[in-house]
Design a protein around this ligand. Sequence first.
Ligand SMILES: [Zn+2]
Ligand SMILES: [Zn+2]
Length: 790
Amino acid sequence: MLHGRRAAVMMRAAVRAAAAAPPRVGRLIAVRGAVQGVGFRPFVYRLAVELGLEGTVRNTDGHVVIETAGTEEALDEFVHRIVEDAPPLSHVDSVVLSDLPVAPAANSGFRVAPSDCVDRDSRGELPPDIATCADCLRELFDPADRRYRYPFTNCTNCGPRATIIRDLPYDRERTVMQPFPLCDACAYEYGDPTNRRFHAEPVACAACGPQLAWQPIGSAIKLATGEAALQAAVHAIAAGHIVAVKSLGGYQLICDATNAAAVSLLRERKRRPTKPLAVMVADQVALHEIAEPSATEDELLISDARPIALVQGIGVLPAVVNPGTNRIGVFLPYTPLHHLLLSELARPLVVTSGNRCDEPMAIDNDAGLVTLGGIADGFLMNDRDIAVRYDDSVVQVTGDRPRMIRRARGYAPTALALPVPTRRPLLGVGAELKHTFTLASEARAVIGPHGGDLEDVDSFDSFERTLAHLSRLERIDPEIVAHDLHPGYLSTQFAQRYPARDRMPIQHHHAHIAACAAEFGVTEPVIGIAYDGLGLGDDGTLWGGEVLIANLTGYRRFGRFSRAPMPGGRAAIKRPARMALGYLFGVEGFDDDPGLAAHGDFDPFRGRLGSGEIDTIRRLVGARMGSPFASSAGRLFDAVASLLGLHDDASYEGEAAVALENAAADGDFGEFAWKLRRVDGLLVYDVRPTLDNVIRAVAERADVSVVSARFHQTLIAVTEALCQEARRATGLRTVCLGGGVFQNRRLAAGVIEALVSSEFHVYAGEQVPTNDGGVSFGQSAIAAARTRRD
Ligand SMILES: [Zn+2]
Ligand SMILES: [Zn+2]
């Protein structure tokens, strides 16, 4: 097999060497990579016609097969240009050439042949959805065009893909477009090799394609369709109502972002009190009216994937959109329907997943009405089914690199490479929060779309469906299932029931480090810094501030943060004040230090929490009841946020830590005290001197923004010191960062900068989320590497 550009060059050499052969020869050419759903067959067709070749091009299971004949020179040029001029959305991994015993007859022409379903063993590259292209956008707003204002306009360069494909090979009959027979005009475009819609599978127009429908809630207004439905939705949003819109990968709830009352109503009905809401704006001009994206962020926002990017806001939108932070999630429209809504409303819109609380997003018309009936005032529906649920992706630029926070629409299910190919097909079932799964076969790993927190029946059901769908499309029937050590996760319980030949338990933070290493192809041992909320350790305690010496097959724990009790267990995650009291009353003590006991009656708490709660927690911790110990970096951030009076409660995991990051002043204010100790063979960051300084600073009424900045600086210094110690002990100088705490940009950028200046090689996830959304990929990388060792 030949690869990429080199394939073409070597082919040319081979062809030249055979220059004495007869003037016309037959060739079988198999092209693999991202070559379906991206206009590849029309491209091959046009090229073949241009070069005067005969034969056919067809999709087979996942790759494109060309049977052709022509002169050596023409075939040489053909293969060269297949690689060099491939369509922008495609990616050629390999071109395999062989002789064709019976060459197509001379002057028989070139055509696109029907897809071939016989070859069930090879896998397809399942393309992600692509934002509306400039050509389709022009047609959408051109009164002379027959697709003027048609909300499902698309072509071979853009439109839905992963969300409409029911099976491969990618042909209309195996998509949700199957019930929409093409009208004559669309059929002509579909069959015309010179047309931009030649073999565009989801092609449609107002005469033959899906239609909008408007369903008001609790109103006598009649159900409307088409343009009238769009106008009804526009009027509802303009009037301050909430509209549920069936989008590409599921329902979205939309309201006027400039109307504080509408946004508050959405929050109240969705029971989402404070978590920032994403805002969609018409174009880059509108974007710069509400935010100050960097050049890298601008580029990310206009990319074909059109993710939500977290950028610096400029405070012109009501505070209720993103309370307590000046960072804001923004995105540009990615469907014609979004463009139409924005052009009518001419204002930023709040767009959030169409779900209740943390449930999965509604995708069916009927289910949408039931699920969102209590939230939306009206429904803008359509009759195109959604094959599988895809949320919007979320990306954040840290250290000038885009880094995935939520990998879904536009990115999933693009395959990533495993550095050590697996000998047997496998499934990584992931963890619990921000859940994903990963399917892998040989060196290909497909991370499924973000599935939310895997905590209830609905999200579990959605996980099972999405897994069944992707494993069928990818033709991966897992023989190995890798899972977390935590027996309470629904994913672990699923793995234990799964009919696989082998099950492989994998420690949570090892998976985090492996996810980072594998993304960058690192197979050598590394210093792994895993900072996150919680994960079960191999000693039965909860971990989350860990230094591991790890490679893809194993790890050794080298260091950790101090342990502190979590009063009431999981309840402490949603109540950072409890966590702060946990540290005050029960942080791990070491022989020669007075600890934090002197601060047990931290003054500000008496005013805010009341003596009842303080006494209860003191008793719980003292009696070691229901208060598991955790060496967690995430919980330490929570505790400090509460000590500073930023958040005593959190409506979602990590909220307090986010507030702490947002509070930090720019500039260098130095560090607080910190100490590393040797405890039972591990290097331990003793957090007591740091917390002691924080508490004193609060007592002295120091500026919260300065205290936060100094706390971040302390953690950066501690992390660098831990890495220096690990390098001294092992000689390793490569560091992989993992865990949700590294979503903190100030911490991540600071740690990367400090380590790079100390001559470490540092890696931090980009395509793979650093949070628990990356755990399934890490599990898969480890399981794959272990199949080589077994
Ligand atoms: Zn297009
Ligand atoms: Zn049509």
